[in-house]
Design a binder for this molecule. Sequence first.
Ligand SMILES: Cc1cc2nc3c(=O)[nH]c(=O)nc-3n(C[C@H](O)[C@H](O)[C@H](O)COP(=O)(O)OP(=O)(O)OC[C@H]3O[C@@H](n4cnc5c(N)ncnc54)[C@H](O)[C@@H]3O)c2cc1C
Length: 394
Amino acid sequence: MSHHQILIVGGGTAGITVAARLRKADPSLDIAVIEPSEKHYYQPLWTLVGGGIFKPGDSARNEVDVMPRGVKWIQDAVANFSPAEKQLTTRNGETIAYEYLVVCPGIQINWDKIKGLKEAVGHDGVCSNYSIQTVGSTWKFIQTLKEGTALFTQPAGAVKCGGAPQKICYLAEDYFRQAGVRDRINVIFTAAGPRLFAVDEYRKELEKVAARKGVDTRFLHNLVEVRAKSKEAIYQHMDTNEEMVIQYDMIHVTPPMSAPDFVANSPLASEAGWVDVDKHSLQHIRFANVFSLGDASSLPTSKTGAAIRKQAPVLVKNLLAEMASQPLTGRYDGYTSCPVVTGYDSLILAEFDYSGKPAETFPFDQGKERFSMLMLKKFGLPALYWYGMLKGRA
Ligand SMILES: Cc1cc2nc3c(=O)[nH]c(=O)nc-3n(C[C@H](O)[C@H](O)[C@H](O)COP(=O)(O)OP(=O)(O)OC[C@H]3O[C@@H](n4cnc5c(N)ncnc54)[C@H](O)[C@@H]3O)c2cc1C
């Protein structure tokens, strides 16, 4: 059985950021990352890939190239946790022991929760920005639509970056306008929830954006089936369960998401399935040597990479304190950020904390649409990601 002082589950945004910060804090630490994928993706770029601004490959790097020097990469996937024994088993059947564990395998995309979606996505006008395999189809279908209905959906429950389902709707609307076909296309945005955005200050502005663009917004619409042959989207009303049908010519689906099954079925899970951590210290509620951050954690904030940027230093500080038997003084305030792209030249940079109050970085009203903030998303944030966050510097 192999053994590591610190074992990190998942080499995505959270796992690599934490590994890099730990190595910087103490190069003598024995750290391993368990990550099955050959590739690491900067997923926030997928919105812009779907809108035709970047190519899918622009979001990818080889996992080996983002792994911090001195950190061991175990190319495998975790299957089961045994936290009482301080060990886990992998899909290849290996048992690995650890002293401290950081759990960050991301969120699970449940394509099969919508009947017909798995078979249809990527073909016949059905697309989604939520995987590297299908994000290219979004741009293909936006470009080729000349008339009819373009439909955009948001499911019930947590998704990566709560504003992302809207972003692609606004980009598509802008593209149709520039291509001279907007007056022949009906743009509909449906959400299973009751409103466009959780934070009131930004919601009001986004409602104005949707109204100005003539986007037909429909709430409490929960997508349950895609009938690709007849191009029908079947919904259930969230309150009345009434069935509703919308005919489409292209549909961008944001699939339902949940905690990964192997986390939800483990002793590490909260009632809702996420890794059960204290919302300020990021330490597990029942196992003091376990920490979690990012999309797989129970932290009650919008699931974004920007949130991880603020969680990672807190986690590292508290993990090192736990190792030294010191009090945990690091405290995460729930900060998250969602850059809501509203067109090819505008963006609202929503930033807020656990209290739902804006927690803005810049000395101007970020609730307004701005070209400068779009430039930040296109060029500034990717650079910050690859050269700052993943290197443990920002
Ligand atoms: C379309 C889209 C737009 C977005 N827009 C934004 C945005 O504008 N701003 C923003 O900040 N965030 C945005 N996000 C969200 C952001 O990408 C995620 O919040 C972030 O990547 C979460 O990081 P993570 O490390 O928790 O999970 P991930 O980065 O998804 O990494 C999880 C890793 O765990 C690995 N893994 C899975 N199962 C196992 C297993 N069994 N064992 C070991 N490893 C496993 C996976 O292979 C993966 O590499 C967007 C996401 C999408 C999809």
